[in-house]
Design a binder for this molecule. Structure first.
Ligand code: BES
Ligand code: ZN
Length: 591
């Protein structure tokens, strides 16, 4: 098997790393992690072994017996980073590499105390998906490979370290004033699922297997918001089979975290923008939990088949929501998803290869083409196949799939082959190959309707004819209905309309970040100045890409707000996460 992941230098024919030990020292004053990694190969190997690195300083390299191993670090490639080529002596099974991260380590976000809830201590966290683990430690940074790992993380006294692994206790570090935390990850994971956070982090148990970690300032709020998560795990187990990761703990991140959630096994990372005060955004937890099956157990072999990871997970998320809240509720989420899918088609153009489910990505940075397509087009295909097969048969086949491919990584072709064996005729009936290999949306996409959905749509479509929602109309609306209403309104509305909505329903003061941002986007596009205060607040406190992009885009859509967009970005650029910074920079470049 030659190299097949366009985002990795790894060649699994040279050898497969199946255990890693990390010895990490976190230095906040230098903003650097230094230490060693011990890579254990499944079989003894000799000759060339290529690893991935990015912006790492590589020191000594030794084999298991302590003998020196020769190596070269290649020229950095914009997308792949630098190849670390080792020349292994005969019968090498263990390799130790000393290394140090640098300011170019894209996985690491170093925060000053002011960027945390407590404002009292610095904070460090990692975000390794999709191809950033290589900027923390040298590894075969492809989801096609999995390894077990252990770690010892030494941090300044007073701070805690957590990882997406089982915590195994802590002891005073060798250097005075430090503490060493140890971890063990017994299940094999791809590199993108390794994760670390260091800061003032405290914890509260929500059940015997669910614990919430957060800065002390937000811990109680988080514990309340996520009190229903144990029930969610039980419901998910009923649908997908036993939960394999023992614990489902969550870490509420500082505001700069660029995603809504990240499914790090045993320790899901969550944006603090989920703390709405009414448990209305827990679908993100359902999503990350669903990854425990779709993704963390069976993942895509490379980012070209990312939809296998995210499409199945959005489908699984909505099955969990349906079981907890009913079909109507899941349909509202599917409708919101459909709107973001349309927006993504607009961004790329329906004929773009990035609207295929299997996306050719040779030479392409996966972060630059990240979109809702694998999520929502993927969801529609999985949902379609469920409908065509019938739920019972589909769920049965899915259990076989999880069992057959557990702890492996697959391609679209392997998935199609499995479905053709297990549910003959299904992929033809659903036109699955057209869905996967052709751009755009096939004409057999499932549609979602419900009485509540249609009522909201009718009201929004009546806007142009002068229809305005009254307090009675919205009294029973869920946050999802609000989001749909705001998104279904025309792209811009008149100022009197803005004022009416804002003053009647207090939208600028909404505690639900999805409603708030949907509203601000509409209001800013419409030129409604009173929305600028809220926009400024979001853009200067929140780092979630999903909110930054549309808000900056809205500002840039109006001549008079462009200077504000540039000013806000200039003041925030050092504080945004690299991913968010790059995404916004791209938008600003055009205007
Ligand atoms: N795994 C993703 C986040 C991700 C994807 C990070 C690609 C880096 C590269 C996570 O599961 C996710 O999809 N999060 C969504 C939430 C969701 C409910 C769709 C998000 O962050 O918005
Ligand atoms: Zn996901």
């Amino acid at each position: 098997m030659a190299r097949r992941d366009p985002h990795s230098y790894a060649d699994l024919d040279q050898g497969v790393v199946d255990h890693i030990h990390l010895d990490l020292y976190v230095n906040f004053s230098e903003r650097s992690v230094h230490g060693g990694v011990r890579l254990q190969l499944r079989e003894p190997a000799a000759g060339i072994l290529d690893l991935d690195t990015r912006a790492l300083r590589i020191g000594a390299c030794r084999d298991g017996g302590g003998g020196e191993v020769a190596y070269e670090v290649g020229e950095p490639d914009r997308v792949l980073g630098s190849r670390l080529r080792l020349h292994l002596p005969q019968q090498t099974q263990a390799i130790e590499i000393d290394f140090q991260t640098t300011s170019g380590s894209t996985a690491l976000d170093w925060l000053a105390p002011e960027q945390t809830a407590g404002r009292a201590a610095p904070y460090l966290y990692s975000q390794c998906q999709p191809h950033h683990a290589r900027s923390v430690f040298p590894c075969q940074d492809t989801p096609a490979a999995r390894f077990r790992y252990s770690a010892a993380v030494t941090v300044p006294g007073g701070l805690n370290a957590v990882m997406a692994a089982a915590p195994c206790g802590s002891f005073a570090g060798r250097v005075e004033g430090t503490r060493t935390f140890t971890f063990e990850m017994p299940q094999p994971v791809p590199s993108y699922l390794t994760a670390l956070a260091v800061g003032r982090i405290s914890a509260l148990d929500l059940s015997s297997r669910v614990r919430i970690y957060a800065e002390p300032e937000v811990l109680d709020q988080a514990a309340w918001e996520f009190a229903g998560v144990e029930r969610m795990v039980e419901v998910a187990e009923e649908i997908f089979g036993p939960y394999e990761w023992e614990r489902f703990d969550m870490l509420v991140m500082p505001f700069s975290f660029p995603f809504g959630g990240m499914e790090n096994p045993r320790l899901t990372f969550l944006t603090p923008t989920l703390l709405a005060g009414d448990r209305s955004l827990v679908n993100v937890v359902a999503h990350e939990l669903a990854h425990s099956w779709t993704g963390n157990l069976v993942t895509n072999a490379s980012m070209e088949d990312f939809w296998i990871n995210e499409g199945f997970t959005v489908w699984a998320e909505r099955r969990i929501l349906e079981a907890l809240e009913g079909e109507e509720y899941a349909a509202l989420h599917a409708a919101i998803g459909r709107i973001s899918l349309e927006e993504a088609f607009e961004r790329f153009g329906a004929e773009s290869p990035y609207t295929r489910l299997n996306t050719p990505l040779e030479g392409v940075d996966p972060d630059e083409v990240y979109s809702e397509i694998p999520y929502e087009k993927g969801f529609l295909l999985v949902r379609l196949m469920e409908q065509v097969a019938g739920r019972e048969r589909w769920d049965g086949a899915l259990r076989v799939y999880m069992d057959r491919y557990r702890f492996t990584s697959i391609t679209s072709e392997e998935l199609l082959g499995f479905l053709d064996r297990e549910l003959p005729g299904l992929t033809e009936a659903a036109k699955a190959r057209e869905w996967i290999y052709e751009p755009g949306l096939p004409d057999n996409a499932p549609a979602f309707t419900s009485p509540r959905l249609e009522a909201v749509r009718a009201l929004a479509e009546g806007w142009k004819g002068g229809e305005r929602p009254g307090r009675d109309d919205v009294a029973a609306w869920s946050p999802e209905e609000w989001q749909l209403y705001l998104k279904w309104l025309p792209q811009t509305i008149d100022l009197a309309g803005c004022r009416y909505l804002d003053e009647t329903f207090g939208l600028s003061a909404s505690g639900n970040s999805e409603i708030l941002v949907s509203w601000l986007v509409l209001a800013v596009r419409s030129g409604y100045d009173p929305a600028l205060e809220g926009t400024r607040r979001v853009l200067t406190t929140v780092g979630r890409q999903k909110f930054l992009r549309p808000l900056y885009q809205a500002l840039l859509s109006r001549e008079q707000y462009r200077p504000l967009a540039h000013e806000l970005f200039a003041s925030m650029r050092a504080r945004y996460h690299t991913l968010s910074r790059v995404a916004v920079e791209d938008l600003l470049k055009e205007c």
